[in-house]
Design a binder for this molecule. Structure first.
Ligand code: ARG
Length: 459
């Protein structure tokens, strides 16, 4: 007989390479606390239902505490021979409680056990990710609030378009992160269903009280169908998908930070503590942190492809393929967490060069739309005003000037509706201040948006 926990029907030992190939302990040992929490709830339920005696349950509960302490004190030897975290905990419990430990796995399978462990783990991690998103949102709002009067070029097609407030630009990312947080909160609801007691796939013959186990573990509800309970990994696909979207937001922001800190833009400086030098070019100061966040987005998108592809075509119910769910999940949790953390720390160390931003607004006809609006105010239909403004731009380009530099005479040749007040109308601050439509970049709008964000963040 094989010496495995499942060795009864086997006459040969497992091939050594297969043992390593089959083992998931290197990855899933991270689930040890969730696994023990689940086993403890299972024991309490079994004692309550008189599936095992109270005394036995108490001995086993104390034994599990000791197993947990052993793992946390680094006293547990992990080996491929014992395959995964579930078998390691059970084996260690055997060392603590002898043959009594063999009662733990009554009315349970590793299939419902692993489904439970990941849910317990991911519920906690999702809460932490949500807190980290809030933390980074605070850093964004702080930077916005400290620069409420800073005007920068707003871009479309990466061409200067219309002036906007720097704070308004930052708050665009506040909105993206708000949606990210909402998505995680929504995913949390679906992972908050309890699978234990569905056993291998069909349910169990023991009088388990799943409702009691649910209460002990603090889940919102039960997984309803035993076959779905052991084979559902939607909550992992959802989590990684949401993480992918959040990373894409961070990646877009990274791209802007990289551009803004280049000599070409010169809009910001990231402090030395968050940049690195070059081993050959002494003058270099590189935005590595932003580049790495942008780069790590690829990993998370890759993790999403990995879990989706693993789940594709799996028949009911559990299949060993699902053991491959943990690596992409853990990597996603770690990658998103550290990216949010590092940006939260870096943002207070960004210096904003308001003069460079303002100067950049002075070239590229960012007030051309407002010149057209000026003519509309004087009674000209918009399409016609657009054409006149276009001719004004062409004239200015030909003379290497901006609209503000054209003389009143030159402007009046294009339309006799133009008066001296045009120069005040197309002045940079005026152009920003007039953007008063809801959600626009007007000074008052942005000030209220910051206040609203503060309230939402409770800070
Ligand atoms: N290590 C396994 C996993 O992560 C645990 C479940 C194994 N179940 C089984 N029937 N072999 O998926």
């Amino acid at each position: 007989m094989s010496d495995k926990l499942w060795g009864g029907r086997f006459s040969q030992d497992t091939d050594a390479l297969v043992e390593t190939f089959n083992a998931s302990i290197d990855v899933d040992k991270r689930l040890y606390a969730s696994d023990i929490e689940g086993s403890m709830a299972h024991l309490k339920m079994m004692a309550r239902q008189q599936i095992i005696s109270k005394q036995d349950a108490e001995k086993l509960l104390a034994g599990l505490e000791r197993v947990k302490a052993r793992i946390e004190n680094n006293e547990m030897a992990f080996s491929h021979r014992l395959e995964d975290i579930h078998m390691h905990v059970e084996d260690a419990l055997g060392q603590e409680c002898g043959d009594l430990a063999k009662k733990l796995h009554t009315g349970r399978s590793r299939n419902d056990q692993v489904a439970l462990d990941i849910r317990i783990f991911l519920k906690k991690e999702t809460q932490q990710i949500m807190d980290r998103i809030t933390g980074f949102q605070k850093a964004l709002v702080n930077l916005a609030q400290a620069h409420l009067d800073v005007i920068m070029p707003g871009y479309t097609h990466l061409q200067r378009a219309q002036p906007v407030l720097f704070a308004h630009h930052l708050l665009a990312y506040y909105e993206m992160l708000k949606r990210d947080r909402e998505r995680f909160a929504d995913a949390y609801k679906r992972m908050d269903a309890m699978p234990l007691g569905t056993a291998a796939l069909a349910g169990t013959t023991y009088p388990v009280d799943r409702e009691y186990t649910r209460q002990v573990l603090g889940f919102d509800r039960l997984c309803e169908n035993s076959m779905d309970a052991v084979s559902d990994r939607d909550f992992i696909m959802e989590f990684i998908s949401h993480a992918g979207i959040c990373m894409i937001h961070l990646s877009r922001l990274s791209e802007e930070l990289i551009l803004w800190s280049s000599s070409e833009f010169g809009f910001i400086t990231i402090s030395d503590a968050f940049t690195t030098g070059s081993s050959i070019m002494p003058q270099k100061k590189n935005p590595d942190v932003a580049e790495l966040v942008r780069g790590k987005t690829g990993r998370v998108v890759g993790n999403l492809m990995a879990i989706l592809t693993t789940m594709k075509s799996l028949p009911m119910a559990y299949n060993k393929d699902m053991q491959e769910d943990k690596e992409p999940l853990f990597d996603t949790v770690d990658t998103l967490s550290i990216c949010l953390e590092v940006y939260t720390r870096m943002f207070p160390h960004i210096t904003v060069h308001r003069d460079r931003m303002r100067t950049a607004c002075g070239r590229g006809f960012l007030n051309a739309t407002d010149f057209a609006d000026y003519l509309v105010n004087k009674g000209m239909p918009f399409r016609q005003a657009h054409a006149v403004a276009g001719r004004a731009v062409a004239l200015a380009i030909a003379q290497d000037k901006e609209l503000d530099d054209l003389s009143l005479l030159q402007l009046r040749e294009l339309s006799d509706l133009v008066d001296e007040d045009v120069y005040e109308f197309i002045r940079l601050d005026q152009v920003v201040a007039r953007r008063i439509s809801a959600g626009g970049t007007g000074f008052d709008n942005v000030r209220s948006a910051v206040e609203k964000a503060r309230k939402e963040l409770n800070s």
